[in-house]
Design a binder for this molecule. Structure first.
Ligand SMILES: Cc1ncc(COP(=O)(O)O)c(C=O)c1O
Length: 412
């Protein structure tokens, strides 16, 4: 399975060759994708997997014929791949359209267990997908919502403040694994220990964490965790991990004749089978960057490889940033405790104006609040256009960082 190559600046081009979008010229220029946190590019094996499924025969589940059985096998394979990625069991995984949709439907079901007067905790750092879902469910059930604040401009959650928010009425703590704006990583072990001490469950939004860090749901003891495959070189597909004991006892909203056992009962309607085929390929692509004797150990080695290389990119980026006048970085200043995602402002300049100017040179970054609007509120910048986000992935290079800074210098 593995074509293991410890990634570095000299060999990253071999890896980039697997990504057709990175080779394409747009308006006469090579596009510079610094928008990975908004969605990554896909390698050939993932792109091919969509059509392989469809070419081999397209069928729903449960038919008394071979091609239907192939689809059943594919769904099982996808569950096993997601489980290997998260350190979970296959029956603890279900799939859906995207992270937002699976979280909304899950919140509606889980909240049926809440009583009026109960409490939930959401955070200032989270993307709306892991806030609005719980806030709306809480409203329906007469449940009080508390906000866990961030400490400062790093966007790190104030985990000491959890102590005063948690109590025996707390049903759930919904928290991000890493911020899609600042890249700041949450110490989930602290959140889980404090929450479980009062009997509260923990739901983790791992969308921004999963492209950068291996997760082990069992070691972390998180109760629920959601991810999105288009953020790690895969298809537009969401998935949710839930502890077996919970997924099989919470009743989902579903049509009556559909399966009633978990995890299938959580997958309402027909799954996107071609996306599941691409999902399997995406996990295999990730695993191919490492070595080991099974999928999980390959993934652990791959994530090490990715982490080492992305850390060198982060160090290079942070170093170059020092030379930029009047720049403010929101997030941690070191390479530790962060992903290679950087939130920037340049005095009172509107980030969208800078993103537009970069876009004209085929340099793709993002600007605004990026759906983490309570975080840009906390930074006091939402109504000033939010931040400019530069997100580096393992297919980015030092030369690309140079190109970004040269373009930025002229724009500023
Ligand atoms: C941190 C985070 N959580 C959740 C989401 C929502 O994911 P999806 O687009 O799969 O609904 C995003 C999307 O950008 C995100 O960055």
């Amino acid at each position: 399975m593995s074509s293991y190559l410890p990634l570095n600046s000299d060999n990253v081009d071999q890896l980039r060759a697997q990504f057709p979008a990175l080779q394409r010229s747009v308006n006469g220029q090579l596009p510079l994708y610094l928008d990975g946190p908004g969605g990554t590019q896909l390698p050939d094996n993932v792109i091919d997997a969509f059509s392989t499924y469809l070419k081999n025969g397209n069928s729903n589940l449960g038919g008394k014929f071979a091609v239907s059985q192939e689809t059943v096998d594919l769904v099982g394979d996808a569950r096993r791949h997601a489980a290997a990625m998260l350190g979970a069991a296959p029956e603890e995984i279900f799939f859906g359209a995207n992270m937002t949709s699976v979280t909304f439907s899950f919140s509606r079901a889980l909240s049926q267990q809440w009583q009026e007067g109960d409490e939930v905790i959401v955070t200032q750092a989270d993307h709306g997908a892991n806030r609005s879902s719980w806030i709306m469910a809480a409203k329906d059930r007469g449940v009080t919502v508390h906000y866990l604040p961030v400490k400062d401009h790093t966007g790190a959650l104030d985990l000491d403040a959890l102590d005063s928010l948690l109590n025996e009425k707390t049903q759930l703590v919904a928290v991000t694994g890493a911020s899609n704006i600042t890249g700041t990583i949450t110490d989930l072990s602290i959140v889980v220990a404090k929450s479980h001490a009062v009997g509260a469950k923990v739901f983790v939004d791992a969308v921004h964490l999963l492209p950068h860090q291996l997760v082990d749901v069992k070691a972390l003891d998180v109760d629920f965790l959601a991810g999105s495959a288009y953020k790690f070189y895969g298809p537009h597909l969401g998935f949710l991990y839930g502890k077996k004991a919970y997924l099989s006892t919470i009743t989902p909203y579903k049509v009556e004749p559909a399966p009633s056992a978990a995890p299938n009962c959580w997958e309402t309607g027909t799954l996107n089978f071609e996306a599941l085929s691409a999902f399997v390929a995406a996990v295999e692509y990730l695993a191919s960057l490492g070595e080991g004797d099974n999928l999980r150990t390959c993934l652990a080695s791959s994530y090490d490889n990715i982490h080492q290389y992305e850390t060198t990119l982060s160090a290079y980026f942070l170093d170059k940033l020092k030379a930029v006048e009047n720049v403010q970085l929101y997030g941690v200043e070191s390479v530790e405790g962060r992903t290679a995602t950087f939130a920037l402002r340049f005095g009172e300049r509107d980030p969208s104006e800078i993103a537009t100017a970069l876009g004209k040179q085929q340099i793709y970054v993002w600007s605004g609040h990026l759906y983490a609007d309570k975080l840009t509120d906390a930074f006091g910048v939402t109504d000033k256009g939010g931040i400019l986000r530069v997100g580096l992935m393992h297919y980015n290079t030092r030369e690309e960082i140079d190109r970004f800074f040269s373009a930025l210098e002229i724009i500023l």
